[in-house]
Design a protein around this ligand. Structure first.
Ligand code: FAD
Ligand code: SF4
Ligand code: SF4
Ligand code: SF4
Length: 426
């Protein structure tokens, strides 16, 4: 369907007060639960009120939703993994899943691998230009903002500025670029992230485009029939009110998206260029010296939302490539690289988990950007587009001197064509 755009606002004053912009997300989720459209909501909630430790939660009681309203910029819950590991990939219940673009893209990749049931989920995407690790946020608030981290009740990242609101009502802003030069600010992978508006979700929500409105509002983009039906239900049942965004709103949103995309490309150039300029053998030496630091804690594998093999090749008892030796040889990180680089969605969970601070997400994103160019494949956008390492295209099947063991994924007609060409001697 052609995407539709709206400004939406919650009809519930409690939700509006707690929400980040217009409370449309929380109200639509409440409508979905109360009308029986879904059995549960997967979203994020601060752990005992600590906004630096937001965790993934499953909510089945609509009354509990108001507590989840608002945005946590300094919490890094692994939403796709939560759905896959703890909710059996939505096999047994209908879920609305809230997530940032990287969360939604990981869920789409897991859907392709039959780890999450596409028919049972509705994807509620949030615009995003970055998250901050809890440790960095605390350090930055103390050293740069000169405030007590526990006094911060809200963060906002907009127009290159990080703004915090304190419980006494005071607001403080600092230039993100200056903070990031000092190694503070957003996570490294977020600076490089090129997906700000999750138009690949069923519904995409954000505050861009609502800045000049008199009342708070949520900018909504409806991208699928599933999203449209849920959105209409929330309007018809009085959970939200809507307006049509004017030209200024739409242009403002598009301009902010473009500016952030340019910023991300600048960071990609900054991070990748020195690595790409390393010539052989220096490039090899650099990466092997990094791989040697690995202590084989499995943190990166366990955190990666795309790693899903039940019988992982890296386990000691498999003894296939890396066996049980500690420290492992360089094959350990390389095996994971070979397995997921084509589908890496740049979420940075692996790098955050690594106690030895290997530049994992930098390596995976760098390789993924090259593979994306070669295979014309952008992971996590379209559930119908299979990962390139499991699919062979027509032109690949026609390559001479290549014997391909045809998998069940490939269509018989293509196989017959290849056989026909081989027998005819061409
Ligand atoms: C980290 C982050 C960065 C964002 N950056 C931008 C931006 O640059 N531009 C923009 O237009 N919009 C951004 N947003 C979206 C915006 O903050 C609002 O979430 C959106 O406008 C919806 O507002 P609402 O009032 O309808 O949401 P609410 O009704 O307040 O509901 C928000 C929902 O988001 C969930 N949530 C909170 N924190 C997280 C998290 N860390 N991960 C996943 N889900 C979470 C809550 O649990 C709740 O379900 C960002 C959101 C987040 C979480
Ligand atoms: S990688 Fe970072 S900036 Fe990109 S969507 Fe995820 S949290 Fe947001
Ligand atoms: S390899 Fe790292 S950055 Fe890529 S999807 Fe896995 S955890 Fe995320
Ligand atoms: S998280 Fe780091 S140290 Fe642990 S296995 Fe992965 S690369 Fe090695």
């Amino acid at each position: 369907m052609n995407p539709e755009m709206f400004i939406a606002r919650s009809s519930d004053s409690d939700i509006l007060e707690k929400a980040d912009s217009g409370g449309a997300v929380t109200s639509i989720l409440k409508c979905a639960l109360e009308t029986g459209e879904i059995n549960g909501v997967v979203t994020v909630k601060s752990n005992s009120g600590d906004r630096f430790s937001g965790v993934s939660v499953l909510i089945t009681n609509p009354e509990d939703l108001t507590d989840t309203a608002g945005s946590l910029h300094c919490s890094l819950p692994n939403i796709p993994r939560f759905v896959k590991e703890y909710l059996e990939g939505a096999a047994n219940m209908k879920l609305a899943i809230v997530g940032k673009p990287c969360d939604i893209r990981a869920i789409i990749e897991l859907q392709k691998r039959k780890q999450i049931d596409i028919d049972n989920v509705i994807l509620i995407g949030l615009n995003c230009t970055g998250t901050i690790t809890p440790a960095t946020a605390r350090k930055m608030y103390i050293e740069e903002f000169k405030v007590d981290p526990s006094a911060v009740i809200k963060e906002d990242i907009d127009d290159g500025m990080l703004t915090i609101t304190l419980e006494d009502g005071n607001v403080k802003s600092m230039d993100l670029a200056k903070l990031e030069k000092k190694g503070l600010g957003r996570r490294e992978n977020c600076r490089r992230c090129e997906f700000n508006i999750p138009t690949f979700a069923d519904l995409a929500f954000g505050k861009w485009g609502t800045e000049e409105l008199e009342e708070a509002g949520t900018f909504v983009e409806v991208s699928s029939n599933k999203g449209q039906s849920l959105f209409r239900k929330a309007i018809d049942n009085g959970y939200i009110k809507i307006d049509t965004p004017n030209k200024t709103s739409i242009e403002l949103r598009a301009r902010k998206d473009k500016t952030e995309l340019e910023r991300a490309r600048m960071w990609r150039e900054h991070d990748f260029k020195p690595l790409l300029e390393l010539s052989f053998p220096n490039r090899f030496k650099y990466w092997t010296s990094e791989f040697k630091k690995c202590i084989k804690c499995f943190g990166c594998r366990d955190a990666c939302p795309i790693c899903y093999c039940e019988t992982c090749l890296l386990e000691a008892n498999r003894e296939f490539l890396v066996g049980g030796e500690i420290p492992p040889n360089g094959i350990f990180p390389l095996t994971r690289l070979a397995h997921v680089a084509d589908s890496c969605i740049g979420c940075g969970q692996c790098q955050d988990a690594c106690p030895m601070e290997l530049p994992l997400s930098k390596l995976f994103t760098l390789l993924n950007s090259k593979l994306s160019e070669i295979f014309d494949y952008v992971p996590g956008i379209d559930v119908e587009q299979g990962p390139p390492t499991t699919i062979a295209r027509d032109e690949e099947l026609m390559i001479d001197d290549t014997f391909l063991k045809i998998s069940s994924i490939m269509k018989t007609s293509r196989v017959e064509k290849k056989e026909e060409l081989m027998t005819s001697g061409r």
